[in-house]
Ligand binder design. Sequence first.
Ligand code: NAX
Ligand code: K
Length: 585
Amino acid sequence: MKDAWSSDEIRKAEEPLIAAGVPLMARAAYALAQAVLREVAARPAGSRATRPAGRPAPRPSGVRLRGSLSSDGLPGTARVRPARSAETRGDVRGARALLLVGPGNNGGDTLYAGAHLARRGMSVTAVLVSARAHEEGLAAFEAAGGHVQRLADVRVPTVVQWARASDVVLDGLVGVGARGALRPPAGGLVRALVEAREAAGRRWPYTVAVDIPSGIGVDDGVVPGPVLTADRTVTFGALKPGLLLPPAAGFAGTVELVDIGFPDVSVTDHWAGAAQRVTLGRHAMTGTDTGPGRVRRMEPADVAALWPAPTARDHKYTRGVVGVIAGTSTYPGAAVLATSGAVRAGAGMVRYLGPEDVGTRVLLARPEVVVAGGRVQAWVLGPGVPAYDPEEGPDDDGQARRVFGALAAVTGVLSEDVTGGRMPAVIDAGALTMLEHRLPAWAVLTPHAGELAELLQGLGHEADRAAVEARPLHWARTAHQATGATVLLKGAVTVVAGPGGAYAQADAPPWTATAGAGDVLAGILGTLLAGRSADVVADETLAARLAAAAVLVHGRAAARASAGGPVAALEIARAVPAVIAELLG
Ligand SMILES: NC(=O)C1=CN([C@@H]2O[C@H](COP(=O)(O)OP(=O)(O)OC[C@H]3O[C@@H](n4cnc5c(N)ncnc54)[C@H](O)[C@@H]3O)[C@@H](O)[C@H]2O)[C@@H](O)CC1
Ligand SMILES: [K+]
């Protein structure tokens, strides 16, 4: 599990260590310098900025650094403890670094790192954007032979020119002390650098963000103004939510987490069950509630503990029956895709409810499906079902009526004065327009940004699709709070918001953005909810974890089916068993 800490949590963790004299900044700066030295040393000397003008620099992304990939082979985080023994060898003399230095400790990290680079023979220039700069860091930098320039004394185009002529640019303008969009003059400088980077294409120097790409929302992942995209972010002590969340995460490049010595601690882990004391390891947090504010990313190793893998004592009913209400005679495909997702994820049984001709098509594709009503342990409601319109009367082959009936079994509100048992559900597409009652957390809404915007508008919020895409965590949380349901907001990075906090999952290749992929996801999640139906109703935080696990499995199945090329939704379903086998193995 990747666990991101808010800026407040980072400060709370730092305070006792700073008081005890732990050299946090020295550790951070040393690791930062090592990351830069590794990159520069890996480049052929002739390709460095001293190359003749106009000759393109080699692509930094062609060089894979030690620990730069997560176990799944996708760009991810690596933990590197800055140790003297890890000193990077290789000749870096004459290579050029440009440091963008802000007024706070983020600038301090950058200046100390610049001192390391200068001592190794690099030509290092620091541009101070403010009148103020970290005093000791600046003194160390100058003592090591670094060149200092003040933005007030030079023009922005000159700094852009220096950047273009460098091998590496370090963005040390602001870190976790940042508030809002970058203000002038830093904002103007970064805007000009972003333009120059776009114009330069692949010839732009390797760009390293110090702790975070300056200008992102540290805690909420927003991008309120200009941000220079990094090839690598070297982040200190713990991940920050903005490094996991869209849209900010797209600016971070490969994220390298440096252990600067935050302590081993135990915390109340809302994710592991009700108020259970657990030790999360080095990167956990002393005395801080993980609470609904937390942002995490589930990793492949976390899935096995959640998956309802069968034992020899199980039979099809104990393993969980998924009921699917999806598709109409006009849109039968969603029914085939959702039931396929559920079958391939390993449901004990899948029931399909819908018009007869759609049921026949489902049976042709998946003869395992039972096309008849009966007991189920979780519902999948709404894929391929049109939006409900009480005025017009629905042209939906009776699907709205069936969905309303199933929703009663989810909330337990059977009629005005009769309540019954309750069970989990995936509420997708058309079913998102049929919500009448406040929902429990075991109801998982699975909108994309446009559907979430419509849902929010129905709840009185002014949010269109663009607004949701700009602040996905905020709006997913808002919808969770307003409806009570767990909210899974689909996207390139999928955000899940529930009572125990949020997940940001980036498991799927861009090819996954294809019609029907969401129907398969709904089926996979339905199987997970059915397999752990009683647990999900008993533990209000479990649905979000299962939702994140379903997103991970779906994303990895899409990657497997795609193999780097286009992918059809049904192929994603087909790849699911092998992915589950791999994760459980
Ligand atoms: N506290 C410590 O001992 C450590 C701090 N570390 C570094 O220190 C950083 C945090 O340092 P600080 O708390 O000094 O804060 P930062 O350096 O992140 O930024 C604060 C400064 O930036 C300015 N600023 C804030 N928002 C701005 C905006 N939108 N536009 C322009 N300027 C803005 C503020 O006026 C303030 O001067 C971390 O991100 C990390 O890089 C690391 O060295 C680890 C140890
Ligand atoms: K920064």
